[in-house]
Design a protein around this ligand. Structure first.
Ligand SMILES: *Cc1c(COP(=O)(O)O)cnc(C)c1O
Length: 522
């Protein structure tokens, strides 16, 4: 990357869209350019002065570093500013509406944050004696009880750390249950519209994955599923509501058919926000389902972690639940940690994580549950569905909505790229939305819709916020329909234009090298 003395990079181009205003610094008012930390700091400089201790003999047995460590040295204010500037180049739920479909990017209530920071929760240590953490265990147990009740299931495993991890937990429980009856089934059926983690998890567990087709109206093809069921099928993984934003109306019939064939039903519960308080998946015959606390229960998605993906289990799978888990014994809570207790939880498939889960996320989810109450959670689902239908109906005249004729959507509105001018794609619309100050919607997922755009507003957006988003998307969609050439170059107002995302993914440059060294290597 080339940066001249002023910090201006050639690729910054003309950000104004009109006459270029070149600044000495490369900054554009409050949009501050930020070079790499290696380009500001020097490997020969240091932010702290500590004398090399005298006379200490190395205890590293000759394994000490022989070359300089090569870390950039910055003063404290330089380091603070570097990271603060980078943080301002990010989009966040606290900055604006985040329409990513399937991700349920809802507001993270500040009450949750207050509770999570109470020292009794925040400073808890996983190796503390159980007698000193009774309140913490009681809270994890409480969240688990709510999840079991809301889903109509028998047991819950609180330790999985994300949705995908929960899928792994559910499939391991299913495999254990099948193995316990000496049944080595090897195939998992997954609908075409499934989230990528579903087939990935099945493959990771050693299963062969086969697709179930969808009907023209965007739901699982029950007849095709029934035709494929047989003694080699271990489970089906179904998302309900599905990733086309539609409720699988035949879910009970699907579960009955799967059970009749001796297999089990995994439900991807990432879309639980659409039905929480209104539908209990246990009543639909589900055997295992993960719940993303960072989606439905408002805990932060937070830059990649920490998440929490508890898994609820039916009576058929409860004996195989992973350890550790919390059990109430009278007015005491105990942590069941041993998989060797033959008479007690001896069938557990084992342990997935070192400890019990993400305490801070459990506290936030508990605060969310208790502050909403049962009626409030029901209203969450109703409002999320109402908001999505408002988006769907407000935009279907400018964006093709392939399943709009199937009736109202659930919590997310799905559009395709049909009707755009020649050469204009979903990607152009996404980049245009960046200029409008929005994070783009989920795109090219689900795969069953060409150029898919999946918009999930969630219940936490006001009508005014929805109207502003709808206006922005309508404007960009119209530009794509009319073939506005400027849209092909969007985003014009962001710190960078279009990046080569394929190259970034396929040939990532993860190590910084001195420019001379890098040039010599080319
Ligand atoms: C988010 C999501 C997942 C995966 O959950 P993570 O917590 O990101 O691992 C799985 N399925 C669907 C439908 C999702 O939206």
């Amino acid at each position: 990357m080339s940066v001249n003395a002023s910090g201006w990079r050639p690729e910054m181009g003309d950000a104004s869209g009109g006459g270029a205003v070149e600044t000495f610094t490369g900054n554009r008012a409050l949009m501050l350019e930020e070079p790499l930390i290696f380009e500001i700091g020097g490997t020969a400089r240091t932010g702290v002065d500590i004398d090399v201790p005298a006379g200490g003999a190395s205890r590293l047995g000759g394994l000490e570093r022989s070359r300089p460590i090569g870390l950039p040295g910055l003063t404290e204010p330089e380091a603070v500013r570097h990271y603060t500037r980078l943080s301002r180049q990010n989009y966040a739920i606290d900055l604006g509406l985040f329409p990513l479909g399937s991700c349920t990017m809802k507001h993270n209530p500040r009450l949750n944050e207050r509770m999570a920071r109470l020292p009794g929760f925040a400073d808890i240590h996983p190796l503390q004696p159980v007698d000193t953490v009774q309140g913490g265990l009681a809270l994890i147990h409480l969240v688990g009880e709510w999840l079991v009740k809301l889903t109509g299931m028998t047991a819950v495993a609180m330790s999985p750390k994300a949705g995908a991890h929960g899928e792994l937990c559910g499939l391991l429980a299913i495999r254990s249950a099948l193995e316990a009856r000496g049944d080595a089934r090897r195939v998992i059926l997954v609908p075409e519209s499934a989230h990528g983690t579903n087939p990935a998890t099945a493959a990771f567990c050693g299963y062969a994955v086969e697709n179930i087709p969808a009907t023209a109206e965007g739901r699982v093809d029950l007849a095709a599923l029934q035709a494929r069921l047989g003694p080699d099928v271990a489970a089906v993984m179904i998302t309900n509501p599905n990733t086309c934003g539609l409720f699988e109306r035949d879910m009970k019939a699907i579960s009955d058919a799967v059970h009749a064939a001796g297999a089990l039903v995994y439900c991807d519960g990432a879309n639980f926000n659409a039905i929480v308080g209104r539908v209990r998946p246990g009543d639909l015959g589900v055997d295992a389902m993960h719940i993303n606390l960072h989606k439905t229960f408002s805990t932060p998605h937070g830059g990649g972690g920490p998440g929490a993906g508890p898994v609820v289990l039916s009576a058929a799978l409860a004996p195989y639940a992973p350890l550790p888990f919390i059990e109430r014994q009278g007015d005491r809570f105990v942590l069941i940690e041993e998989e060797t207790a033959e008479d007690h939880h001896g069938d557990s498939f084992g342990r997935m994580v070192a400890f019990h889960g993400q305490m801070g996320m459990f506290v936030r989810a508990a605060a969310y549950m208790l502050s909403h109450g049962a009626d409030g959670l029901r209203q969450v689902a109703e409002d999320a569905v109402l908001n999505a239908n408002y988006v769907l109906r407000s935009l279907e005249d400018v964006l093709d909505a392939p399943f709009a004729a199937s009736g109202p959507c659930m919590h997310e509105a799905l559009f395709s790229d049909e009707g755009m001018a020649e050469g204009f794609t979903t990607l152009d619309i996404a980049k245009g939305l960046i200029d409008e100050g929005f994070h783009p919607m989920t795109m090219y997922f689900p795969l069953v819709v060409h150029g898919a755009m999946l918009v999930e507003p969630t219940e936490t957006e006001s009508k005014a916020a929805l109207d502003q988003f709808i206006g922005a998307l309508r404007s960009v969609a119209n530009r794509a329909r009319q073939g506005d050439p400027a849209l092909k170059g969007a985003p014009h107002l962001a710190p960078r234009r279009r990046l080569d995302e394929t190259a970034a993914a396929r040939k990532p440059v993860l190590v910084w090298r001195e420019p001379e060294v890098a040039e010599a290597a080319e």
